[in-house]
Design a binder for this molecule. Structure first.
Ligand code: NAD
Length: 422
Protein backbone atom coordinates (compact mmCIF):
# COMPACT_ATOMS: atom_id res chain seq x y z
CA UNK A 1 0.00 0.00 0.00
CA UNK A 2 3.07 2.24 -0.17
CA UNK A 3 3.10 5.16 -2.58
CA UNK A 4 5.22 4.42 -5.67
CA UNK A 5 6.82 7.84 -5.78
CA UNK A 6 7.33 8.91 -2.18
CA UNK A 7 8.72 6.41 0.29
CA UNK A 8 6.67 6.01 3.45
CA UNK A 9 8.19 5.18 6.85
CA UNK A 10 8.54 1.47 7.52
CA UNK A 11 6.18 -0.08 10.06
CA UNK A 12 9.01 -0.41 12.59
CA UNK A 13 10.02 3.23 12.12
CA UNK A 14 6.41 4.21 12.82
CA UNK A 15 6.31 1.99 15.91
CA UNK A 16 9.55 3.47 17.27
CA UNK A 17 8.37 7.02 16.49
CA UNK A 18 5.17 6.50 18.47
CA UNK A 19 7.06 4.79 21.30
CA UNK A 20 9.45 7.73 21.70
CA UNK A 21 6.58 10.24 21.71
CA UNK A 22 4.83 8.35 24.51
CA UNK A 23 8.07 7.75 26.44
CA UNK A 24 8.76 11.51 26.30
CA UNK A 25 5.24 12.34 27.49
CA UNK A 26 5.62 9.84 30.35
CA UNK A 27 9.13 11.19 31.08
CA UNK A 28 10.51 7.64 31.09
CA UNK A 29 14.18 7.36 32.03
CA UNK A 30 16.71 6.20 29.43
CA UNK A 31 17.23 3.05 31.54
CA UNK A 32 13.56 2.03 31.34
CA UNK A 33 13.45 2.86 27.63
CA UNK A 34 16.47 0.62 27.08
CA UNK A 35 14.64 -2.21 28.83
CA UNK A 36 11.30 -2.03 27.05
CA UNK A 37 11.92 -0.62 23.58
CA UNK A 38 13.72 -3.50 21.84
CA UNK A 39 12.49 -7.01 20.92
CA UNK A 40 13.53 -9.67 23.45
CA UNK A 41 13.88 -12.46 20.88
CA UNK A 42 13.96 -12.67 17.09
CA UNK A 43 13.89 -15.96 15.23
CA UNK A 44 14.21 -16.33 11.44
CA UNK A 45 13.39 -19.76 10.04
CA UNK A 46 13.79 -21.49 6.71
CA UNK A 47 10.55 -23.11 5.59
CA UNK A 48 11.16 -25.62 2.80
CA UNK A 49 7.85 -26.97 1.48
CA UNK A 50 7.17 -29.88 -0.88
CA UNK A 51 4.77 -28.49 -3.46
CA UNK A 52 2.03 -30.52 -5.14
CA UNK A 53 4.27 -30.89 -8.23
CA UNK A 54 6.89 -32.70 -6.12
CA UNK A 55 9.43 -29.81 -6.10
CA UNK A 56 10.72 -28.06 -2.97
CA UNK A 57 9.87 -24.37 -2.64
CA UNK A 58 11.74 -22.36 -0.01
CA UNK A 59 10.00 -19.73 2.16
CA UNK A 60 11.28 -17.59 5.03
CA UNK A 61 9.37 -17.13 8.29
CA UNK A 62 9.80 -15.12 11.46
CA UNK A 63 8.68 -15.09 15.08
CA UNK A 64 9.46 -12.04 17.21
CA UNK A 65 8.83 -11.73 20.93
CA UNK A 66 8.93 -8.05 21.70
CA UNK A 67 8.18 -8.39 25.41
CA UNK A 68 7.33 -10.99 28.02
CA UNK A 69 7.44 -8.50 30.91
CA UNK A 70 3.71 -8.80 31.70
CA UNK A 71 3.16 -12.42 30.61
CA UNK A 72 3.65 -14.84 27.70
CA UNK A 73 4.17 -13.21 24.30
CA UNK A 74 0.93 -12.98 22.34
CA UNK A 75 0.36 -12.13 18.72
CA UNK A 76 -0.84 -13.29 15.33
CA UNK A 77 0.81 -15.00 12.40
CA UNK A 78 0.61 -13.35 8.99
CA UNK A 79 1.01 -15.02 5.59
CA UNK A 80 1.57 -12.32 2.97
CA UNK A 81 4.05 -11.63 0.14
CA UNK A 82 5.10 -8.35 1.82
CA UNK A 83 5.97 -9.84 5.23
CA UNK A 84 9.41 -8.63 6.37
CA UNK A 85 11.28 -8.82 9.66
CA UNK A 86 10.82 -5.04 10.00
CA UNK A 87 7.04 -5.45 9.81
CA UNK A 88 6.95 -8.39 12.24
CA UNK A 89 9.06 -6.41 14.76
CA UNK A 90 6.63 -3.49 14.53
CA UNK A 91 3.55 -5.69 14.90
CA UNK A 92 5.13 -7.45 17.92
CA UNK A 93 5.86 -4.10 19.59
CA UNK A 94 2.28 -2.90 19.01
CA UNK A 95 1.02 -6.17 20.57
CA UNK A 96 2.97 -5.41 23.77
CA UNK A 97 1.31 -2.02 24.20
CA UNK A 98 -2.10 -3.35 23.07
CA UNK A 99 -2.19 -6.15 25.65
CA UNK A 100 -1.28 -3.59 28.30
CA UNK A 101 -3.99 -1.14 27.15
CA UNK A 102 -6.70 -3.77 27.68
CA UNK A 103 -4.79 -4.99 30.75
CA UNK A 104 -4.57 -8.68 29.84
CA UNK A 105 -1.55 -10.55 31.31
CA UNK A 106 0.32 -11.00 28.04
CA UNK A 107 3.40 -9.53 26.44
CA UNK A 108 3.69 -8.92 22.71
CA UNK A 109 4.79 -11.13 19.85
CA UNK A 110 4.14 -11.63 16.15
CA UNK A 111 5.03 -14.03 13.38
CA UNK A 112 4.83 -14.27 9.65
CA UNK A 113 5.85 -16.13 6.53
CA UNK A 114 6.68 -14.29 3.32
CA UNK A 115 4.43 -16.13 0.88
CA UNK A 116 1.33 -15.69 -1.24
CA UNK A 117 -1.25 -18.06 0.28
CA UNK A 118 -3.62 -17.34 -2.61
CA UNK A 119 -1.23 -19.29 -4.86
CA UNK A 120 -1.02 -22.33 -2.54
CA UNK A 121 -3.29 -25.36 -2.52
CA UNK A 122 -4.82 -26.40 0.80
CA UNK A 123 -2.28 -29.24 1.10
CA UNK A 124 0.64 -26.89 0.39
CA UNK A 125 -0.72 -24.43 2.97
CA UNK A 126 -0.90 -27.22 5.55
CA UNK A 127 2.67 -28.39 4.83
CA UNK A 128 3.95 -24.80 4.99
CA UNK A 129 2.16 -24.24 8.31
CA UNK A 130 3.44 -27.45 9.89
CA UNK A 131 7.02 -26.79 8.74
CA UNK A 132 6.92 -23.20 9.97
CA UNK A 133 5.53 -24.42 13.31
CA UNK A 134 8.43 -26.86 13.70
CA UNK A 135 10.77 -23.94 12.98
CA UNK A 136 9.33 -21.76 15.75
CA UNK A 137 8.81 -24.64 18.26
CA UNK A 138 11.64 -23.42 20.53
CA UNK A 139 9.69 -20.21 21.18
CA UNK A 140 6.00 -21.12 21.37
CA UNK A 141 3.99 -22.74 24.15
CA UNK A 142 1.01 -21.90 26.39
CA UNK A 143 3.30 -20.35 29.01
CA UNK A 144 5.80 -18.74 26.59
CA UNK A 145 4.29 -17.46 23.38
CA UNK A 146 0.80 -18.00 21.97
CA UNK A 147 0.14 -17.32 18.25
CA UNK A 148 -3.26 -16.37 16.75
CA UNK A 149 -4.65 -15.59 13.27
CA UNK A 150 -3.72 -12.42 11.38
CA UNK A 151 -3.83 -11.43 7.70
CA UNK A 152 -4.44 -14.51 5.46
CA UNK A 153 -4.33 -17.01 8.32
CA UNK A 154 -7.45 -18.45 9.96
CA UNK A 155 -8.86 -20.99 12.41
CA UNK A 156 -7.77 -23.93 10.23
CA UNK A 157 -4.16 -22.69 10.23
CA UNK A 158 -4.34 -22.42 14.04
CA UNK A 159 -5.63 -26.01 14.27
CA UNK A 160 -2.61 -27.25 12.24
CA UNK A 161 -0.23 -25.29 14.50
CA UNK A 162 -1.87 -26.74 17.61
CA UNK A 163 -1.71 -30.26 16.20
CA UNK A 164 1.95 -29.96 15.13
CA UNK A 165 2.96 -28.55 18.51
CA UNK A 166 1.01 -31.24 20.34
CA UNK A 167 2.56 -34.09 18.32
CA UNK A 168 6.11 -32.90 18.76
CA UNK A 169 6.19 -31.40 22.24
CA UNK A 170 3.95 -33.52 24.39
CA UNK A 171 4.12 -37.04 22.99
CA UNK A 172 0.81 -36.84 21.27
CA UNK A 173 -1.80 -35.36 23.52
CA UNK A 174 -3.44 -32.07 22.58
CA UNK A 175 -2.23 -28.75 24.02
CA UNK A 176 -4.97 -26.33 22.94
CA UNK A 177 -3.52 -23.37 24.90
CA UNK A 178 -0.59 -23.03 22.49
CA UNK A 179 -2.69 -21.01 20.02
CA UNK A 180 -5.92 -19.02 20.06
CA UNK A 181 -8.42 -18.44 17.28
CA UNK A 182 -8.82 -22.21 16.88
CA UNK A 183 -12.02 -23.86 15.62
CA UNK A 184 -14.49 -24.54 18.44
CA UNK A 185 -14.09 -28.32 17.99
CA UNK A 186 -10.39 -28.20 18.97
CA UNK A 187 -10.79 -25.92 21.99
CA UNK A 188 -11.55 -22.56 20.41
CA UNK A 189 -13.75 -20.00 22.09
CA UNK A 190 -17.21 -18.77 21.27
CA UNK A 191 -17.00 -15.23 19.92
CA UNK A 192 -13.31 -15.28 18.88
CA UNK A 193 -13.98 -15.06 15.15
CA UNK A 194 -15.96 -11.85 15.53
CA UNK A 195 -14.05 -10.48 18.54
CA UNK A 196 -11.88 -7.92 16.74
CA UNK A 197 -14.90 -6.50 14.91
CA UNK A 198 -17.05 -6.49 18.05
CA UNK A 199 -14.30 -4.56 19.82
CA UNK A 200 -14.28 -2.04 16.95
CA UNK A 201 -18.04 -1.66 17.38
CA UNK A 202 -17.74 -1.04 21.15
CA UNK A 203 -15.01 1.57 20.75
CA UNK A 204 -17.08 3.26 18.03
CA UNK A 205 -20.11 3.31 20.33
CA UNK A 206 -17.97 4.96 23.02
CA UNK A 207 -16.45 7.44 20.54
CA UNK A 208 -19.88 8.44 19.24
CA UNK A 209 -21.12 8.98 22.78
CA UNK A 210 -18.03 11.08 23.54
CA UNK A 211 -18.49 13.15 20.36
CA UNK A 212 -22.30 13.23 20.57
CA UNK A 213 -22.59 11.58 17.16
CA UNK A 214 -25.24 9.03 16.19
CA UNK A 215 -24.01 5.64 15.03
CA UNK A 216 -27.51 4.84 13.83
CA UNK A 217 -27.73 6.14 10.27
CA UNK A 218 -24.03 7.05 10.17
CA UNK A 219 -22.33 6.48 6.79
CA UNK A 220 -19.48 3.99 7.14
CA UNK A 221 -16.63 3.16 4.72
CA UNK A 222 -14.53 0.02 5.22
CA UNK A 223 -11.13 -0.55 3.63
CA UNK A 224 -10.33 -4.30 3.68
CA UNK A 225 -13.12 -6.87 3.73
CA UNK A 226 -11.54 -9.74 5.67
CA UNK A 227 -12.12 -11.01 9.19
CA UNK A 228 -11.92 -7.60 10.90
CA UNK A 229 -13.48 -5.43 8.16
CA UNK A 230 -16.36 -7.62 6.95
CA UNK A 231 -17.60 -8.52 10.43
CA UNK A 232 -17.30 -4.90 11.60
CA UNK A 233 -19.45 -3.94 8.59
CA UNK A 234 -21.94 -6.67 9.46
CA UNK A 235 -22.22 -5.63 13.12
CA UNK A 236 -22.51 -1.94 12.26
CA UNK A 237 -25.17 -2.75 9.66
CA UNK A 238 -27.02 -4.54 12.48
CA UNK A 239 -26.86 -1.23 14.42
CA UNK A 240 -28.46 0.51 11.45
CA UNK A 241 -25.34 2.28 10.23
CA UNK A 242 -25.16 2.65 6.45
CA UNK A 243 -22.16 0.83 4.96
CA UNK A 244 -21.73 2.81 1.75
CA UNK A 245 -18.42 1.42 0.44
CA UNK A 246 -15.97 -1.41 1.04
CA UNK A 247 -12.96 -2.77 -0.82
CA UNK A 248 -10.43 -5.58 -0.78
CA UNK A 249 -7.12 -6.25 -2.53
CA UNK A 250 -8.88 -6.66 -5.90
CA UNK A 251 -11.20 -3.62 -5.94
CA UNK A 252 -14.06 -1.79 -4.28
CA UNK A 253 -17.85 -1.38 -4.38
CA UNK A 254 -20.02 1.63 -3.55
CA UNK A 255 -23.72 2.27 -3.04
CA UNK A 256 -24.79 5.61 -1.54
CA UNK A 257 -27.93 3.98 -0.09
CA UNK A 258 -25.95 1.27 1.69
CA UNK A 259 -24.63 -2.18 0.73
CA UNK A 260 -26.35 -5.38 1.80
CA UNK A 261 -23.49 -6.77 3.90
CA UNK A 262 -24.74 -10.35 4.50
CA UNK A 263 -25.21 -10.73 0.73
CA UNK A 264 -21.84 -9.09 0.04
CA UNK A 265 -20.16 -11.56 2.41
CA UNK A 266 -21.73 -14.45 0.49
CA UNK A 267 -20.62 -12.89 -2.80
CA UNK A 268 -17.03 -12.62 -1.49
CA UNK A 269 -17.15 -16.23 -0.27
CA UNK A 270 -18.32 -17.40 -3.70
CA UNK A 271 -16.09 -15.25 -5.93
CA UNK A 272 -13.09 -14.42 -3.71
CA UNK A 273 -13.69 -10.66 -3.90
CA UNK A 274 -16.27 -7.92 -3.34
CA UNK A 275 -15.76 -6.87 -6.99
CA UNK A 276 -18.80 -7.30 -9.23
CA UNK A 277 -21.37 -7.25 -6.42
CA UNK A 278 -24.84 -6.47 -7.85
CA UNK A 279 -26.53 -3.23 -6.77
CA UNK A 280 -23.21 -1.42 -6.44
CA UNK A 281 -20.80 0.55 -8.57
CA UNK A 282 -17.02 0.08 -8.66
CA UNK A 283 -14.84 2.47 -6.69
CA UNK A 284 -11.05 2.96 -6.72
CA UNK A 285 -9.00 2.75 -3.50
CA UNK A 286 -8.29 6.52 -3.64
CA UNK A 287 -11.94 7.48 -4.14
CA UNK A 288 -13.06 5.14 -1.35
CA UNK A 289 -10.84 6.88 1.22
CA UNK A 290 -12.09 10.29 0.03
CA UNK A 291 -15.83 9.54 0.40
CA UNK A 292 -18.08 11.82 2.48
CA UNK A 293 -18.86 9.70 5.54
CA UNK A 294 -19.04 9.79 9.32
CA UNK A 295 -16.85 6.71 9.97
CA UNK A 296 -13.86 5.31 8.08
CA UNK A 297 -12.57 1.88 9.12
CA UNK A 298 -9.15 0.98 7.71
CA UNK A 299 -9.10 -2.83 8.09
CA UNK A 300 -6.33 -3.93 5.69
CA UNK A 301 -2.61 -3.28 6.10
CA UNK A 302 -0.13 -0.72 7.44
CA UNK A 303 0.50 2.68 5.80
CA UNK A 304 -2.91 2.80 4.09
CA UNK A 305 -3.36 6.48 4.94
CA UNK A 306 -0.25 8.61 4.59
CA UNK A 307 0.97 12.12 3.82
CA UNK A 308 -0.16 11.87 0.21
CA UNK A 309 -3.79 10.84 0.68
CA UNK A 310 -4.71 11.91 4.25
CA UNK A 311 -5.96 15.36 3.17
CA UNK A 312 -8.68 13.71 1.08
CA UNK A 313 -10.19 11.89 4.10
CA UNK A 314 -13.50 13.45 5.15
CA UNK A 315 -14.60 11.01 7.87
CA UNK A 316 -15.31 12.45 11.32
CA UNK A 317 -14.07 9.29 13.04
CA UNK A 318 -11.33 6.90 11.89
CA UNK A 319 -11.55 3.53 13.67
CA UNK A 320 -8.31 1.61 13.16
CA UNK A 321 -9.33 -2.02 12.84
CA UNK A 322 -5.99 -2.66 11.08
CA UNK A 323 -2.63 -2.35 12.79
CA UNK A 324 -0.66 0.74 11.83
CA UNK A 325 -2.90 2.00 9.00
CA UNK A 326 -1.95 5.68 9.57
CA UNK A 327 1.58 7.04 9.22
CA UNK A 328 2.68 9.73 11.71
CA UNK A 329 2.27 12.31 8.93
CA UNK A 330 -1.31 11.18 8.30
CA UNK A 331 -1.95 11.41 12.05
CA UNK A 332 -0.88 15.06 12.03
CA UNK A 333 -3.03 15.93 9.03
CA UNK A 334 -6.15 14.21 10.35
CA UNK A 335 -5.76 15.61 13.84
CA UNK A 336 -5.31 19.07 12.30
CA UNK A 337 -8.62 18.54 10.51
CA UNK A 338 -10.34 17.59 13.76
CA UNK A 339 -10.78 13.90 12.87
CA UNK A 340 -11.26 11.71 15.93
CA UNK A 341 -8.93 8.69 15.71
CA UNK A 342 -9.56 5.48 17.65
CA UNK A 343 -6.00 4.12 17.63
CA UNK A 344 -5.28 0.53 16.63
CA UNK A 345 -3.95 -0.66 20.00
CA UNK A 346 -7.34 0.23 21.49
CA UNK A 347 -9.72 -0.16 18.54
CA UNK A 348 -8.74 -3.67 17.43
CA UNK A 349 -7.89 -5.05 20.89
CA UNK A 350 -11.13 -7.08 21.03
CA UNK A 351 -9.31 -9.88 19.20
CA UNK A 352 -6.56 -10.30 21.76
CA UNK A 353 -9.05 -9.85 24.58
CA UNK A 354 -11.12 -12.86 23.48
CA UNK A 355 -7.86 -14.69 22.71
CA UNK A 356 -7.08 -14.19 26.39
CA UNK A 357 -10.50 -15.61 27.29
CA UNK A 358 -9.82 -18.60 25.01
CA UNK A 359 -6.43 -19.23 26.64
CA UNK A 360 -7.96 -19.01 30.14
CA UNK A 361 -10.68 -21.51 29.13
CA UNK A 362 -8.04 -23.87 27.70
CA UNK A 363 -5.88 -23.65 30.81
CA UNK A 364 -8.88 -24.22 33.11
CA UNK A 365 -10.65 -26.79 30.92
CA UNK A 366 -13.81 -24.83 31.65
CA UNK A 367 -15.75 -23.28 28.79
CA UNK A 368 -17.87 -20.12 28.81
CA UNK A 369 -20.95 -19.41 26.75
CA UNK A 370 -21.26 -16.64 24.15
CA UNK A 371 -23.11 -14.31 26.55
CA UNK A 372 -20.28 -14.51 29.08
CA UNK A 373 -17.75 -13.76 26.35
CA UNK A 374 -19.69 -10.84 24.89
CA UNK A 375 -20.37 -9.24 28.27
CA UNK A 376 -16.77 -9.55 29.41
CA UNK A 377 -15.50 -8.22 26.07
CA UNK A 378 -17.81 -5.21 26.18
CA UNK A 379 -16.68 -4.42 29.74
CA UNK A 380 -12.98 -4.60 28.81
CA UNK A 381 -13.37 -2.50 25.66
CA UNK A 382 -15.49 0.19 27.31
CA UNK A 383 -13.23 0.40 30.37
CA UNK A 384 -10.14 0.68 28.16
CA UNK A 385 -11.76 3.34 25.98
CA UNK A 386 -12.67 5.36 29.09
CA UNK A 387 -9.11 5.13 30.40
CA UNK A 388 -7.66 6.29 27.08
CA UNK A 389 -10.17 9.08 26.49
CA UNK A 390 -9.66 10.36 30.05
CA UNK A 391 -5.92 10.67 29.40
CA UNK A 392 -6.68 12.33 26.03
CA UNK A 393 -8.86 14.93 27.74
CA UNK A 394 -6.88 15.43 30.99
CA UNK A 395 -3.44 15.59 29.38
CA UNK A 396 -4.66 17.32 26.18
CA UNK A 397 -2.89 14.76 23.99
CA UNK A 398 -4.04 12.91 20.87
CA UNK A 399 -5.94 9.64 21.27
CA UNK A 400 -2.93 7.78 19.82
CA UNK A 401 -0.54 9.32 22.31
CA UNK A 402 -3.01 8.66 25.13
CA UNK A 403 -3.33 4.96 24.19
CA UNK A 404 0.44 4.58 23.89
CA UNK A 405 0.95 6.34 27.22
CA UNK A 406 -1.49 3.95 28.91
CA UNK A 407 0.05 0.80 27.38
CA UNK A 408 3.70 1.81 27.56
CA UNK A 409 3.21 3.25 31.06
CA UNK A 410 1.90 -0.13 32.29
CA UNK A 411 4.80 -2.05 30.74
CA UNK A 412 7.28 0.46 32.21
CA UNK A 413 5.69 0.14 35.65
CA UNK A 414 5.91 -3.68 35.58
CA UNK A 415 9.48 -3.55 34.31
CA UNK A 416 10.57 -1.10 36.97
CA UNK A 417 8.91 -3.19 39.70
CA UNK A 418 10.59 -6.38 38.49
CA UNK A 419 14.01 -4.79 38.03
CA UNK A 420 16.76 -6.54 36.07
CA UNK A 421 18.90 -9.58 36.77
CA UNK A 422 22.28 -8.50 38.06
P1 NAD B 1 -7.85 -10.97 6.59
O1 NAD B 1 -6.78 -11.75 5.90
O2 NAD B 1 -9.02 -11.70 7.11
O3 NAD B 1 -8.37 -9.80 5.64
C1 NAD B 1 -7.55 -8.86 5.03
C2 NAD B 1 -8.41 -8.13 4.02
O4 NAD B 1 -7.68 -7.00 3.53
C3 NAD B 1 -8.77 -8.97 2.80
O5 NAD B 1 -10.13 -8.75 2.46
C4 NAD B 1 -7.86 -8.40 1.70
O6 NAD B 1 -8.39 -8.57 0.41
C5 NAD B 1 -7.82 -6.95 2.12
N1 NAD B 1 -6.70 -6.21 1.54
C6 NAD B 1 -5.42 -6.59 1.38
N2 NAD B 1 -4.72 -5.62 0.77
C7 NAD B 1 -5.60 -4.60 0.55
C8 NAD B 1 -5.50 -3.32 -0.04
N3 NAD B 1 -4.35 -2.90 -0.52
N4 NAD B 1 -6.61 -2.54 -0.07
C9 NAD B 1 -7.79 -2.96 0.42
N5 NAD B 1 -7.95 -4.17 0.98
C10 NAD B 1 -6.86 -4.97 1.06
O7 NAD B 1 -7.09 -10.16 7.75
P2 NAD B 1 -7.70 -9.60 9.10
O8 NAD B 1 -7.47 -10.60 10.15
O9 NAD B 1 -9.05 -9.03 8.88
O10 NAD B 1 -6.67 -8.41 9.39
C11 NAD B 1 -6.84 -7.11 8.82
C12 NAD B 1 -6.11 -6.11 9.69
O11 NAD B 1 -6.63 -6.19 11.02
C13 NAD B 1 -4.60 -6.36 9.83
O12 NAD B 1 -3.95 -5.12 9.96
C14 NAD B 1 -4.50 -7.13 11.12
O13 NAD B 1 -3.21 -7.05 11.72
C15 NAD B 1 -5.58 -6.42 11.93
N6 NAD B 1 -6.06 -7.18 13.08
C16 NAD B 1 -6.67 -8.39 12.91
C17 NAD B 1 -7.10 -9.09 14.04
C18 NAD B 1 -7.83 -10.41 13.93
O14 NAD B 1 -8.26 -10.93 14.97
N7 NAD B 1 -8.04 -10.97 12.76
C19 NAD B 1 -6.90 -8.56 15.32
C20 NAD B 1 -6.29 -7.32 15.44
C21 NAD B 1 -5.88 -6.64 14.31
Amino acid sequence: MQSETISQPTAYEMAVHNFEAAADALELSEDIRAMIKYPERILTVEVPVRMDNGRIQRYVGYRVQHSTARGPAKGGIRYHPDVTLDEVKALAMWMTWKCAVVNVPFGGGKGGVTCNPKELSLNELERLTRRYTVGILPLIGPAQDIPAPDVYTNAQVMAWIMDTYSMTKREGYPVPGVVTGKPLCVGGSHGRNEATARGVLHTLECACEHLRLRLKGARVVVQGFGNAGSIAALLLGGHQSLIIAVNDSRGGVYNKDGLDIPKLMLHKERTGSVVGFPASEPISPEDLLALECEVLIPAALENAIHGENARAVKAKVVAEAANGPLTPEADKILEGNGTFIIPDILCNAGGVTVSYFEWVQNEQHLFWDIYDIQQRLERVMKTSFTEVVNLHVDRKVSMRLAANMLGIGRVAETTAARGLYP
